[in-house]
Write a protein that binds this ligand. Structure first.
Ligand code: BG6
Ligand code: MG
Length: 220
């Protein structure tokens, strides 16, 4: 059997920070005077901070100068940091710790592949920073998801060929990035939204016990 590796997205897979991103973006929209709904927020998942602002401004049909955009990005992140500085281990999503323990017991290496520039802080807040073999985040990439760069760097850091890597993702842009990297994509969340994933589960508690073995045979 071939050696395999796992790459996890952070927001929405390891921790439920999407709600904090939503609150912080909603405040930007409120200030600019338009409505921003949870449905709109789906479009921002997995997408970089700068691109998220572009999408948000499109939703509100608002045009900002470069300086105003920079200020909106700073304000949004300050708000967001206010939420994540209060995070602790109880915000790790269901099934994550058991799944990581299982990977450890099988000697399977795992990395983080996140669009967030706040990923190291979040991992430290919830006590998971030292568990990953490698951390690749928004500070390490020049091209955001759906570009495969973040996952390809992750595979390199795990010393594995992309086709032997399994990616857990909750965002459409992230599934596309994993598919474009020729990795096995696992959608976490709504199956219809993530319909281009190779496999789908509602959360990590739903991953069958023998799933990793089955995948090892598939890539081997
Ligand atoms: C992704 C989130 O993980 O990170 C996006 O799904 C977010 O919603 C992106 O915009 C960038 O995050 P940050 O923390 O760098 O603003
Ligand atoms: Mg995500």
């Amino acid at each position: 059997m071939k050696k395999i590796g796992v790459i996890f997205d952070l927001d929405g897979v390891i921790v439920d920070t999407a709600k904090y991103h939503f609150l912080a973006w909603k405040r930007v929209a409120d200030t600019l005077g338009f409505e921003f709904t949870e449905e709109h927020n789906e479009l921002l998942k997995g997408v970089s901070r700068v691109r998220s602002l572009e999408i948000l401004l499109n939703i509100g049909t608002v045009a900002l100068s470069e300086i105003e955009k920079r200020n909106a990005l700073i304000r949004k992140n300050e708000d967001y940091l206010g939420y994540i500085r209060n995070m602790s281990a109880d915000e790790i999503l269901p099934g994550v710790l058991d799944f990581l323990n299982e990977l450890d017991s099988k000697g399977i290496k795992y990395a983080l592949g996140s669009a967030s520039k706040n990923a190291p802080l979040i991992l430290k807040q919830v006590g998971l920073y030292n568990r990953f073999e490698a951390i690749v985040d928004g500070n390490d990439v020049s091209k955001a998801k759906p570009d495969p760069e973040v996952f390809l760097i992750g595979a390199k850091k795990l010393n594995l060929a992309p086709k032997t890597c399994i990616v857990f993702e909750d965002a459409i842009a992230g599934i596309e990035a994993a598919n474009r990297a020729h990795m096995i994509s696992i959608g976490i969340g709504d199956k219809d939204t993530l319909n281009s994933a190779n496999f789908n589960f509602n959360d990590l508690t739903k991953v069958p016990k023998d799933f990793i073995e089955v995948l090892m045979q598939r890539v081997g």
